[in-house]
Ligand binder design. Structure first.
Ligand SMILES: [Zn+2]
Length: 288
């Protein structure tokens, strides 16, 4: 049996494939309506997974360096669902006693790409375990990366919403080139101070640097592949692979495009607004 059919079989009787699409029928913005319905369902306290559309089955898309992991992580904590990054799944499997880890080590050690089938297999296993534990969904990060992966995923999972994070190219380039790592403590920093004038209706964009503490200053290193040329190539490869994935979800009314207006302090509240999610921190500070 192929890995793919095993994955499909694994989900055949699972509750994860059940769903309620009643809120996704809006013609204007089905993705937004789905998100709004989901949050409304949660507010009303209906938490029976799969029966009232209260599951979160979301995907995060976005260029390398856009901050996908950060926003996916924050949303997962806020909504109480796991943030599943496929890169972590591969690392975990490599470190485990799983029979797959030998096969994986072979692939990774030879610098080869881990196949779609293996990724789907790892993901299926992870989601199945989550389902057994009563998890109310997931936020995927780093998957699907190709149109083929999107098609396979569509066959085994109902994805409700795909959030496509976007950042102006100049800002993205500056952010990637400004990345630094402390060679001693491993801390991640960014020396780029981004201040781009508004144009074509887009407002001025300001993203302050994330500077290291004094003890790290002299130990900063730059990744060899964070040069302008390599970053540009990485973005080009990403776009070639991912534009069809965006089109795939756009055609199904599931794509929510979100232009990051700046750093986290500006972007986070706006993202929550776009998703129709109330920010509990704002509420708390308003109540205080
Ligand atoms: Zn340090």
């Amino acid at each position: 049996m192929s890995a793919m059919s095993r994955a499909i079989r694994a989900f055949g009787g699972g509750g994860a494939s059940r769903r309620n699409l009643s809120v996704a029928a809006s013609k204007e913005a089905p993705a937004l309506a789905a998100a709004a319905g989901l949050v409304a369902g949660r507010k009303a306290g209906r938490r029976d997974p799969g029966e009232d559309g209260s599951r979160v089955q979301w995907v995060f898309l976005g260029c390398p360096g856009v901050g996908k992991g950060t926003y996916a992580g924050r949303l997962s904590r806020l909504l109480g669902v796991p943030h599943i990054a496929t890169g972590d799944l591969v690392r975990d499997a490599l470190a485990s006693q799983d029979p797959l880890s030998k096969q994986l080590a072979e692939i990774v050690n030879h610098g080869k790409l881990v196949s779609d089938e293996i990724i789907i297999n790892l993901l299926s296993k992870r989601l199945e375990e989550g389902e057994e534990k009563g998890e109310l969904g997931f936020i995927l990060d780093g998957f699907p990366r190709t149109i083929r992966q999107a098609e396979i995923l569509e066959g085994v999972m109902d994805i409700d919403l795909v959030i496509n994070l976007k950042l102006r190219e100049e800002a993205l380039l500056a952010k990637c080139i400004g990345r630094r790592k402390c060679s001693q403590c491993g801390g991640n920093f960014n020396v780029a101070s981004i201040d781009i004038e508004g144009e074509n209706g887009a407002p001025r964009m300001y993203m302050p640097p994330l500077l290291p503490p004094p003890q790290c200053e002299s130990k900063l290193i730059t990744r060899a592949d964070d040069t302008e040329e390599v970053v540009k190539e990485r973005l080009r490869v990403y776009h070639d692979l991912c534009e069809p994935v965006e089109d795939f979800y756009r055609a199904r009314g599931k794509l929510l495009e979100f232009n990051l207006p700046g750093g986290i302090p500006e972007s986070w509240p706006k993202l929550l607004q776009a998703l129709n999610i109330e920010d509990p921190d704002n509420k708390r500070s308003a109540a205080a």
